[in-house]
Design a protein around this ligand. Structure first.
Ligand code: NAP
Ligand code: MN
Length: 266
């Protein structure tokens, strides 16, 4: 089996990375950053998000597992003390795989009708960087509302505990192939009206955000800003992607237990 280990870059994570490499090489596993079967991340959820984006071209062949070194660790759910046990599990392969839905984002630009496609594990957001963002929200090709406010967030179920949660969105179990649209500070008065509640859309229901004003915007995909290079965003289309993210599962650690441990405590 081929593996790679990605580190956040701090001393503890780098040391663990080296320990894991030594142990896996001794067990005749092959280190291969180009075409790994398993990607082990050491750091936090941010480290796992970065690793995901490095392998979006071969998601079907790649499984992820994360160790968290002092960070929250929602995806990266192994602790440094468990590294020996994790390594033993990996050496013993085959392992079980759990698949989570991802979000497909298509950004269309006004300039020369170009477009770009992205996948997100957590979410995509659009925010105005100057005044209010005004956009039409179309669902399944029908106009739903006109949004006016700071921005909008489209989240996956596994991303529902991240930014979406801070926006008052619901926590969704990742077995529900869906996307959740939540608002950032919508203007609501006699003149402007939005539904105000987060919306959960099932598979194949497309959500199209069509920009109506000329504000400059920031578009994010998980941890990074999409580089717009002066291009003007015309619309952003979101739906549940065909692609899934695969996590290597070596022990039961149910989603609701992770939610409890992350947000409520032991
Ligand atoms: P970061 O600023 O370190 O992330 C913020 C926090 O979100 C970290 O504690 C991170 O965990 C945690 N996190 C990431 N994915 C999560 C998930 N699916 N469920 C629960 N918590 C999660 O930046 P980052 O590590 O590069 O992560 C990028 C993410 O930050 C974005 O995808 C977005 O969801 C989130 N974010 C949240 C807000 C907000 O809540 N107001 C604002 C901007 C961005 P680790 O410490 O383990 O990395
Ligand atoms: Mn982080």
């Amino acid at each position: 089996m081929k593996y790679t280990v990605a580190s956040r870059g701090d001393q503890l994570s780098n040391d663990l990375q080296e320990t894991i490499q030594t142990r896996l090489n001794a067990a005749d596993l092959i280190e291969d950053t180009e075409e790994p079967d398993i990607v082990i991340t050491v750091g936090g959820d941010g480290t796992l998000l970065e690793a995901f984006h490095a392998y979006t071209h071969r998601l079907e062949e790649t499984s992820f597992v994360g160790i968290h070194t002092g960070h929250l660790g929602f995806y990266a759910d192994w602790i440094p003390d468990e590294v020996e046990s994790l390594v033993t599990h990996i050496v013993k392969t085959p392992f079980q795989i759990v698949e989570y839905p991802t979000l497909e984002v298509v950004i269309r630009y006004r300039d020369n009708n170009s477009s770009e496609r992205f996948l997100a594990v957590n979410e995509s957001t659009i925010k105005s960087t100057e005044g209010s963002l005004v956009c039409n929200v179309d669902i399944k090709g029908e106009k739903f509302e006109t949004f006016r406010g700071d921005g909008l967030c489209m989240s996956t179920p596994s991303g529902s505990t991240a930014y979406n949660k801070a926006l008052g969105g619901a926590i969704l179990h990742p077995s529900l192939a869906s996307i959740q649209l939540s608002e950032m500070a919508s203007i609501n008065n006699r003149v402007y009206r939005t539904v105000g509640s987060p919306l959960v859309l099932p598979q194949h229901h497309t959500c199209l955000l069509k920009l109506l004003n000329d504000v400059s915007v920031q578009v994010t995909i998980d941890h990074f800003n999409v580089s717009l290079d002066g291009k003007n965003v015309d619309s952003i289309q979101c739906r549940v992607a065909e692609e899934k993210v695969r996590f290597a599962r070596f022990r039961p650690f149910p989603f609701w237990k992770r939610v409890k441990e992350s947000f409520i405590g032991e």
